[in-house]
Write a protein that binds this ligand. Structure first.
Ligand code: SF4
Length: 317
C-alpha cells in the first residue's frame, strides 16, 4: 500500500468572532498520495480555503494532526517549521494581489531564493530565475518587467514560478483559475498537470468549478459548512454521487448537448449556505436537504466508506 505524502487527521480551525465561534473547518480527515491531485470543492463560505491554509499551517489549527513524511507538523517549533515550509507552497486566486507591483519579475521569482540563501553568486540566481520562468512558459524578455505589464494568465505563471523556486513537494492551489477567462483557465490547468508530471508534485486543488476539478483531480472531496460530505475517485464521484449535496452541485453543471441538458433533472438548492457560527448538532446540510429525517437533526453523520474508496457522510444514502 502506498504511503500518503499528507495525512490530515480531524483538522479543525475555529475563530472566535465575539458573538460566537465560527467553525470554518470542523474535523476534516483525508490522505493525499505522492504525485496525486486532491480536489476540494464547495460553495463559497464552505471552509475550503481556510482548510488549505490550515493544512500548510499558514493558519494555526485549533485541533488535529497533519502528518507530512512521518511527522506531525503542528507539533514543530517555529524554527523547525521553517525547514518544512520549503516543501509547502501556495498559489492564490488573485495572482496580482500576491505579486509586489514595485518588484521586477526577476526579483519576485528570486525572493524565496534570497530568503533561503539558495545561491552562491548573482549569476547563479539569474540562471535559476530563467530556468523557473522557462518551466512555466515565460522567457528572458519577461525578466525585467513589472506585474502590471502582464495578463492574468501570465501573472498566475509568475506566481507559479515563484512557488516552484524552492522545489516544493506539495502545493495548495487556492482557486488559481477562477479569476481568469475561460480560454486561459484550460492553459493554466494544463500547465499545472504538465509540471506535476515533470516534477512529481502533489496538489490540493481548491475550486468551486466542478467541471475543472474533475479534469485535474484524481480524487475529489466535497465540503459543506466545515465538513467533508463526500470523498471519492474523481470519475466515480461524478458518475455515481451518493450525497444529496454532491448530487445538487453536479446537477447544476451545464451540459453542452442541449437535448441532454433539457431532459436532466436539476436539483435546486434552496437558500444560501447557513452561517458557520455556532452550528447546531446534526447534519450541516439538513435545512436544504429534501431527504432529511429526524436523525439528521440530532446526530452528525460520519464520513464512512459506502463503497470501495467511496466515502459519504449521510444517514439516508
Ligand atoms: Fe440529507 Fe440527512 Fe443525508 Fe444530511 S444526513 S444529507 S440531511 S439525508
Amino acid at each position: 500500500m502506498k504511503t500518503p505524502l499528507i495525512s490530515a487527521k480531524n483538522i479543525k480551525k475555529h475563530f472566535d468572532v465575539g458573538d460566537g465561534i465560527l467553525k470554518a473547518v470542523d474535523g476534516i480527515s483525508f490522505d493525499i498520495f505522492p504525485g496525486e491531485t486532491l480536489g476540494l470543492v464547495g460553495e463559497s463560505g464552505c471552509g475550503k480555503s481556510t482548510a488549505g491554509r490550515t493544512i500548510i499551517r499558514l493558519y494555526e489549527p485549533t485541533e488535529g494532526e497533519l502528518i507530512f513524511i512521518g511527522q506531525n507538523i503542528y507539533e514543530l517549533s517555529r524554527k523547525e517549521m521553517q525547514e518544512v515550509r520549503r516543501d509547502f507552497q501556495m498559489i492564490f486566486q488573485d495572482p496580482y494581489a500576491s505579486l509586489n507591483p514595485r518588484m521586477t519579475v526577476e526579483d519576485i521569482v528570486a525572493e524565496p531564493l534570497d530568503i533561503h540563501h539558495m545561491y552562491e553568486s548573482h549569476k547563479e540566481r539569474s540562471v535559476r530565475v530563467l530556468e523557473l520562468l522557462e518551466l512555466v512558459g515565460l522567457g528572458q524578455e519577461h525578466v525585467m518587467r513589472f506585474p502590471h505589464e502582464f495578463s492574468g494568465g501570465q501573472r498566475q505563471r509568475i506566481g507559479l514560478a515563484r512557488a516552484l523556486a524552492l522545489n516544493p513537494k506539495f502545493i495548495v492551489c487556492d482557486e488559481p483559475i477562477s479569476a481568469l477567462d475561460v480560454s486561459i483557465q484550460a492553459q493554466v490547468v494544463n500547465l499545472l498537470k504538465d509540471l506535476q508530471n515533470r516534477l512529481g508534485l502533489t496538489y490540493l486543488f481548491i475550486a468551486h468549478d466542478l467541471s475543472m476539478v474533475r479534469y485535474i483531480s484524481n480524487r475529489v472531496g466535497v465540503m459543506y459548512l466545515g465538513h467533508i460530505m463526500e470523498l471519492a475517485d474523481s470519475e466515480e464521484l461524478y458518475i455515481n454521487p451518493i450525497h444529496p449535496y454532491t448530487k445538487a452541485l453536479l446537477s447544476a453543471i451545464p451540459i453542452p448537448d442541449p437535448e441532454i441538458q433539457r431532459s436532466r433533472h436539476r436539483i435546486m438548492l434552496e437558500g444560501d449556505v447557513p452561517s458557520p457560527i455556532n452550528p447546531k448538532e446534526g447534519c450541516r446540510f439538513v435545512d436544504r436537504c429534501a431527504y432529511a429525517q429526524d436523525i439528521c437533526r440530532t446526530t452528525t453523520p460520519k464520513l464512512i466508506e459506502k463503497k470501495e474508496n467511496h466515502f459519504a457522510a449521510c444517514h439516508v444514502f
